[in-house]
Write a protein that binds this ligand. Structure first.
Ligand code: ATP
Ligand code: MG
Length: 361
């Protein structure tokens, strides 16, 4: 192509990414929860906490997941975790049964206690009402301290670069729901898994990185093992965000649209699905080194193989593959969606809004 033709192409690309970035902000903003919704959720949390204290006086009910980490969309579920600050506490399964009975008697919630699940929880829901047009859905678990810590880690990442990180994550959550690739029960990936893929990309793939690695930064003062370990796992990370904002400036000035386009390209083409493990703590790891091989010879290890199609290391529980529910078909579908998104964005239609609508069709 001639120089002027190249210049025209470059200018049209620049227009597209500026336009797409603006569309992404506008799109995401209208999907954020309203102030009223957040207030209702906080009221529900307080009410439930008061009731739980009639069974366990020393307990606290804390919110985790998207309601607590800044990645919440309108009408998202509420994840709650009950912590009991006493040495003599009941077993989680008994608490679930007792709490289930109590809530059934004392509240209008539909209650479903699951005392024998791998992680015992009480599931609650409220029907839609004029003040709460979508109702409310909520899970209460017990003593899940690691979930509280990983929620805090994601929140800190969101706070370092709120505009780019939150816009990308929220967009991907909507996109993955609309494209039906956000259900671990059906062999695809949880929201938590997508968030980890975004952070991995921004910390370890982008060069220069958009985010620092909070788990590898030197601590400001010496820390003892007791302070940093939860359930046997090291949960330390640099969490002084005020200080970080003063000291850490990313050299990466790409727009949110450029990052998103590159995100889709990376996960459709470049990520080493067969051998690689995405670890936000340690970068790209090998399945071999974690004992997470997906042995293609079949046979006895069929089960393990299904579990390690896609490997994303939990930031703290490092022997846990967050995407262990992703099946062969699920991964095929997810990668197909990354490719589709990459293709739509690379054609750069005249107006970015059209690309966005097509993406989330
Ligand atoms: P949504 O708004 O879609 O509910 P979310 O941000 O709440 O998204 P979830 O996937 O519901 O994300 O996860 C909520 C929390 O539960 C996470 O922050 C994490 O602590 C924990 N969690 C969820 N899935 C997993 C998983 N596969 N492994 C470990 N922890 C998980
Ligand atoms: Mg949730």
């Amino acid at each position: 192509a001639t120089a002027p033709a190249l210049q025209r192409r470059h200018a049209s690309k620049q227009r597209f990414v500026v336009d797409l970035s603006q569309c992404l902000f506008d799109f995401v903003i209208q999907l954020l929860p309203t102030v009223e919704e957040m207030a209702v959720k906080e009221d529900v949390r307080k009410l439930l906490e008061r009731l739980i204290r009639t069974i366990e006086p020393e307990s606290r009910l804390l919110s985790f997941g998207s309601t607590a980490n800044g990645f919440s969309l309108r009408n998202s579920d509420m994840d709650l975790c009950c912590l009991i600050d006493s040495d003599e506490r009941l077993a989680a399964s008994d608490l679930v049964t007792m709490l289930g009975d109590l809530l059934e008697r004392e509240t209008k919630f539909h209650v479903k206690p699951l005392p024998h699940a791998r992680i015992p929880i009480v599931k609650l829901s409220l029907d839609p009402s004029p003040g709460l047009p979508q109702g409310i859905a909520c899970d209460i678990g017990f003593e899940n301290r690691l979930a509280l810590e990983n929620t805090r880690l994601l929140m800190c990442y969101a706070m370092i670069d709120p505009t780019r990180v939150r816009t990308m994550v929220l967009f991907l959550k909507v996109w993955s729901k609309r494209r039906k690739i956000n259900s671990p029960y059906k062999g695809t990936l949880s929201s938590y898994g997508y968030v980890l893929l975004v952070i991995y990309f921004l910390v370890h793939v982008k060069n220069p990185p958009v985010l620092p690695n909070l788990q590898q930064m030197p601590p400001l003062r010496p820390i003892s093992k007791e302070d940093t370990h939860v359930a046997g796992f090291n949960t330390w990370f640099f969490d002084d965000i005020e200080l970080l904002r003063q000291r850490w400036h990313s050299e990466n000035n790409e727009t949110v649209a450029e990052l998103l386009i590159d995100f889709f390209r990376y996960y459709s083409r470049d990520f080493l699905y067969n051998t690689g493990v995405a670890s936000i703590r340690a970068g790209l790891l090998k399945k071999d080194s974690k004992g997470w091989q997906n042995d293609l010879s079949g046979g006895r290890y069929n089960d393990a193989r299904e579990r390690n199609r896609l490997c994303i290391e939990d930031p703290f529980e490092t022997d846990y593959n967050v995407s262990r529910c992703v099946t062969k078909d699920g991964l095929y579908t997810i990668r197909g969606e990354f490719m589709r998104a990459s293709r739509i964005l690379s054609t750069r239609p005249e107006r970015a809004i059209i690309a966005l609508a097509e993406l989330c069709e």
